[in-house]
Design a protein around this ligand. Structure first.
Ligand code: FDA
Length: 303
């Protein structure tokens, strides 16, 4: 119930204005967001690289409403890729196709994504495509299929909570597209997605086998210690080399677990968001864990 309310609030422009102006909200959000600028994000990347962690940079923004905004979003990624190369950082990038204009036209989003994919390929970095709500799943996978024809450095996210995901994973394995597996962060109807967390966790566990068996580069993106343990076991049983897959976690979430995975000698990449459009991302992080909301509200009440 609380989760659904927060996810609904993530789409409210009025709340967005109020929350992003609130200094306390900005302070709490800073736990999950590297900063407002690329320079902030690169400083965080340098620090994480020094601690043995790779990075996926996410220039915050989604559901852009004009072609100019979509082109600006793509341009921001081109600059980020140039800086990653110049500074010799261990980082790639992650994009949302609605930031590149998917709501306006799939052709525009594909054109902009291709520009970014071309630069990512030059930089030797993967272009990770985030998965948004189920309204975009088909269009996202179609774009990824088209990108894959020209760029072998494109990967995509799949969400375990969707009933369709086993079939999508099979297709992506056939296309040899690297897959980042997550539980799923949007509000979805019970016709399309498991409503109960327990069922989502089980669905995630079942997907690990086909992921490690047939995917060229599995990316296990979760902070769930049971699933991380299971993924390690499946990888070992199937004889996967530790360099042929990676774990991924979000900047600011479960730092203890992040350090542990690195200590054990596994590859770990942190998803590092930056930029001024942090509101929907922040609300999804609150929705994932009521304790975050509690912390935010107690800080507000203390004022
Ligand atoms: P779960 O929610 O069960 O959490 C496990 C434990 O992690 C919790 O008990 C808690 O300790 C900790 N934790 C989890 N979330 C927390 C939070 N917000 N604050 C504090 N602690 C928290 N989703 C999507 O729909 N599309 C996408 O493209 C992506 N991309 C993506 C990339 C990466 C690298 C990650 C790690 C995640 C995503 N996600 C995503 C988000 C994903 O769908 C999911 O909502 C979160 O990862 C939370 O689920 P967990 O798997 O961590 O499990």
């Amino acid at each position: 119930m609380l989760k659904a309310t927060l996810l609904k609030a993530a789409g409210s422009p009025t709340l967005q204005r109020q929350v992003t102006r609130n200094p306390l909200a900005r302070r709490v959000a800073a736990r999950f967001i590297a900063g407002a600028t690329l320079d902030h994000a690169l400083a965080v990347t340098r620090e994480l690289n020094a601690r043995g962690m790779a990075v996926a940079l996410d220039h915050l923004g989604e559901n852009t409403e004009s072609e100019a905004q979509a082109r600006e979003a793509a341009a921001a990624y081109l600059v980020a890729l140039d800086r990653i190369t110049e500074d010799g950082l261990d980082a790639n990038i992650s994009v949302k196709l609605t930031a590149l204009g998917l709501d306006l036209s799939p052709a525009l989003a594909l054109e902009e994504a291709s520009r970014v994919a071309a630069r990512a390929k030059e930089a030797g970095a993967m272009l990770g495509v985030d998965m948004e709500s189920s309204a975009y799943t088909d269009r996202t996978l179609q774009a990824v299929r088209a990108l894959k024809d020209s760029y072998d450095t494109v990967g995509v996210c799949l969400q375990a909570y969707l009933y369709r995901t086993p079939a999508d994973l099979e297709r992506l394995n056939r296309w040899q597209v690297p897959v980042r597996l997550v539980k799923g962060a949007y509000m979805e109807p019970p016709e399309l997605a498991y409503p109960a967390k327990r069922d989502v966790d089980r669905a995630y566990a079942r997907l690990l086998e086909p992921l490690f068996k047939a995917n060229p580069y599995p990316m296990v993106a979760t902070h769930d210690p049971d699933l991380i343990r299971l993924a390690k076991a499946v990888a070992a049983r199937l004889g996967r080399d530790r360099g042929s897959f990676e774990f991924q976690m979000l900047y600011g979430v479960r730092r203890d677990l992040q350090a542990q995975v690195v200590r054990e000698g596994y590859r770990l990449r942190l998803y590092v968001p930056y930029g001024s459009q942090w509101y929907p991302y922040f609300m999804r992080r609150l929705a994932e864990r009521p304790a975050n909301l509690y912390f935010f509200l107690t800080q507000l009440a203390r004022r």
